[in-house]
Design a binder for this molecule. Structure first.
Ligand SMILES: Nc1ncnc2c1ncn2[C@@H]1O[C@H](COP(=O)(O)OP(=O)(O)O)[C@@H](O)[C@H]1O
Ligand SMILES: [Mg+2]
Length: 145
């Protein structure tokens, strides 16, 4: 299950509610650097994420959640490939939370993404599609604030 959504769109909250295990890019940054916002180890973090996902599948995990923004096809493609090579389903869970709501939630939290960065990510965002190789795209619509 590849989570897709802007920062503060509600990904980590949702996955915690599901009660499943999430391979989280922010958690890996925290494990490696004590700082979930450290962006200087991007390549390492995503290599480790892929390795965790592969190994969970090998060990027979029923479901693995990939908790990162996964905003572009390029970012999502490696996870789709892993699932295809290993004979698993791969679904996108798309957090379709409006930018203004993400900005509002972001401003309320301790660990804040700069507003300009969030706006730039929103511009680059490519919504997930079946055509890129997902077996399903589930839409999580934010409740009206
Ligand atoms: N459905 C929701 N309605 C209102 N606020 C939410 C909802 N889901 C998450 N939040 C709040 O929004 C903020 C960001 O949520 P989080 O799950 O950390 O987002 P992400 O993991 O996508 O960055 C948190 O403060 C969280 O409490
Ligand atoms: Mg999160």
């Amino acid at each position: 299950m590849v989570l897709v959504g802007l920062p503060a769109s509600g990904k980590s909250t949702w996955v915690a509610e599901q009660g499943g295990v999430a391979i989280s890019s922010d958690e890996l940054r925290r494990w490696l650097r004590d700082d979930p916002t450290d962006q200087t180890i991007h390549g390492l973090v995503f290599r480790l994420m892929r390795e965790f996902v592969r190994n969970r599948i090998l060990l027979g995990a029923a479901v693995t959640y990939v908790d990162a923004t996964n905003l572009t096809r390029k970012h999502r493609r490696p996870f789709i490939k892993i699932a295809q090579h290993m004979g698993c389903r791969c679904e996108a869970v798309f957090f379709d939370t409006p930018l203004e709501e993400c900005l509002r939630r972001n401003s309320l939290r301790e660990r804040r993404v700069p507003e300009e960065a969030l706006r730039m990510l929103a511009e680059r965002f490519q919504p997930p599609e079946i055509a890129e190789g997902f077996d399903a795209v589930e839409l999580i619509v934010a409740p009206q604030a």
